[in-house]
Design a protein around this ligand. Structure first.
Ligand SMILES: Nc1ncnc2c1ncn2[C@@H]1O[C@H](COP(=O)(O)OP(=O)(O)OP(=O)(O)O)[C@@H](O)[C@H]1O
Ligand code: SF4
Ligand SMILES: [Mg+2]
Length: 378
């Protein structure tokens, strides 16, 4: 049996509840998470829903403070939602107890941004990898645990593995430590890895190599990924075959297949993020949408703007519409969701959200450039 074969076995002990037919591996359903802060109560996550099939990848992208980690922590069962539910194979986490809950905890592994903080500095790499194996009785005896640790290191491209097992985290580079963190996550044969900015603290020079390793693991092991990043260029590289959700101050503002969202972004915020992706070809860079935001400041979560929370920064904001009503996240076709009054109107959707707000016209910038917010690919 190869290392890959062993990694995809999901024969850990523990009862599992049968998944209802057609249910996603994980579903986040109208998740809300509030906090009381010194500045007042905030909603770090405000009505976020998404679902992830087995072996699929969904990315969450957004600026600092947009709620990505809070979503990740709720999905990993580390933080309770204020409302909404997290479902694992169709079962609300609150209904999972005992061995069924244990199976969920093993099935979902979180890889943090900071490999310095996530690995115990006084444990060798061997201890780090064998402890969960022995604790969960996934191997019998220390010899088998050692062999499995070697396999896991090879899976994450730390070769020759025997050179790494006796080392301590401080003897490894940042990229090598992050590979150990991924190997530790794989030790429990997860079905879903939540990678929260897993490559952002790694040197740019080795970021691509680490992403390649994770891409290979996706393909070979069939592990699903909830992949969190602030960098749309990383989404393009890692999840071209997946979905991406764009978050802005706690809300999803756009969601869809990665090539659509990046290739033909609809929401003005996504357009600004996509415009910032560097291109190797100068012609492509010149041809890019040059959307400029009106302001750079991210709003204070304790004192959010009225209406569309993006309106103070949006070059297309329409007074009397965008500063009055919050745009709902609407299905604009092909599994694509967008929360923008202007996109909705252009698509002939969401008339009720615009009705009674006056006879609004396209923003001046849109008329002048003829850019509109229409999906260029449609
Ligand atoms: N335990 C907490 N108590 C109070 N506020 C919190 C708590 N956890 C998160 N927040 C706040 O919730 C908001 C969202 O935080 P979160 O860490 O989820 O954002 P993020 O998108 O992951 O940001 P980053 O890109 O910087 O990691 C922030 O304003 C943060 O300060
Ligand atoms: S609703 Fe208005 S302010 Fe918000 S993104 Fe759309 S055009 Fe911009
Ligand atoms: Mg974060």
């Amino acid at each position: 049996m190869t290392a890959t074969d062993r990694a995809i076995r999901h024969d850990a002990p523990g009862a599992s509840l049968p998944a209802p037919a057609g249910e996603a591996l994980m579903a986040l359903d109208h998740l809300v998470r509030s906090f009381n802060t010194r500045r007042g109560p905030i909603k770090a996550v405000d009505d976020v829903s998404l679902s992830l099939g087995s072996g699929r990848v969904v990315c969450l992208v957004g600026e600092s403070g947009s709620g990505k980690t809070t979503v990740a922590r709720m999905a990993a069962g580390l933080l309770k939602p204020s409302s909404g539910e997290v479902r694992w194979e169709g079962h609300d986490l609150r209904s999972l107890h005992g061995s069924a809950f244990g199976e969920y905890r093993r099935g979902v592994q979180l890889v943090h941004q900071d490999p310095y903080a996530s690995l115990n500095p006084i444990h060798t790499i061997l201890d780090t990898l064998t402890s969960p194996l022995l604790h969960h009785k996934l191997v019998r005896g220390k010899r088998a645990a050692y062999d499995r640790a070697i396999e896991l290191l090879e899976l994450v491209d730390l070769r020759p593995a025997a050179n790494f097992v006796r080392k301590f985290p401080h003897q490894l580079s940042g990229g090598q430590r992050q590979r150990v963190a991924v190997a530790r996550a794989l030790a429990l044969q997860p079905r879903l890895i939540i990678a929260d900015e897993a490559v952002s603290m790694v040197d740019v020079s080795i970021r691509v190599s680490l992403l390649n390793t994770m891409l290979r693991l996706r393909q070979e092991l069939g592990v699903a990924f909830l992949f969190i990043t602030h960098d749309l260029a990383v989404v393009k590289y890692f999840a071209w075959d997946g979905d991406v959700g764009v978050m802005y101050v706690g809300k999803l503002v756009e969601y869809g297949r990665t090539p659509k969202v990046i290739g033909a972004p609809l929401h003005p915020y996504t357009r600004a993020l996509a415009a910032a992706i560097p291109e190797a070809d100068p012609d492509l860079t010149r041809a890019k949408d040059k959307l400029q935001l009106r302001a750079l400041d991210i709003p204070n979560l304790a004192d959010l703007p009225s209406g569309c929370v993006f309106h103070p920064r949006c070059p297309y904001a329409e007074p009397g519409l965008c500063d009055v009503a919050s745009p709902p996240l609407l299905d604009v076709g092909e599994g694509r969701l967008v929360a923008c009054h202007v996109v909705a109107r252009e698509r002939g959707l969401g008339a009720e959200s615009a009705s009674g707000l006056g006879d609004v016209t396209l923003a001046a910038g849109m008329q002048a450039t003829g850019a509109g917010l229409t999906d260029a690919s449609s």
